[in-house]
Design a binder for this molecule. Sequence first.
Ligand code: SF4
Length: 264
Amino acid sequence: MDEERMDELARDPRFISGIYNYCDRWCERCAFTARCLNYAMGQEVEAEISRARDSESEAFRDNLHETFENARDEVEDQAEETDFDLEEEELQESVRAQAEIDEAAEAQPCSRTAMRYIEVVDQWLQANAGLFDEEGNVREPPAGAGTPGTGPAGGTTSLRDCLEVIGRYQRQIYIKLCRAATGMIRGVLEGNEYDRQDANGSAKVALLGIERSLAAWAIVQRRFPDHEDIVFALGTLKRLLRQVEAAFPGARSSRRPGFDPDET
Ligand code: SF4
């Protein structure tokens, strides 16, 4: 994609400004693909890659190279606009300061609980891998086996959906909470309102992921009522929900472009 096309897309009024900043990046299930610049650009780049693969043409490879070059130039232009010289020693200092903020963000109670939740889910999936086929459907017991909790209640499709939801948000919750904590710390250190708002927006995405995961686990639990580790996963998520609400009291009321229409 050349620079001109990028600018053309960026100016297109059908796109909702910044909608992709506080979404869950689940584009396949998003109702706003037609209004998302990020999605449109991704589609065009994918189409270019696909054409390049098909034809293996030199011109297409040059085109892709040009896209990456343009993206890099844009980053450097932005750095110049903010009077930030990438070559200077200040860069080292800035990287060091950012690493400290990242470390502090990862040490926050909600970040630690979110990391614990990732482990809990991984352990449950590993311990129960034999219950599912390659597509995530429950392997039904042989006729007459009558294993309690593995009957058709809930339906295999809905269970597969639940596993998909759990998998989708499992790591994203942690990533969003680290970003939220980073923004909150930076906001306090620098007195920067933008970072605080960004923190609340990211925390809201994490909260939505937690709530959807709780709903999905509740269905999985109905299917496997004798799995005590599901109770542990649910308990970890509920604790996480409380921690996020306490750490980011402005998250619930934060308005995400496109997804949370203005009250007016
Ligand atoms: S807003 Fe929707 S289409 Fe755009 S990146 Fe997010 S999930 Fe994908």
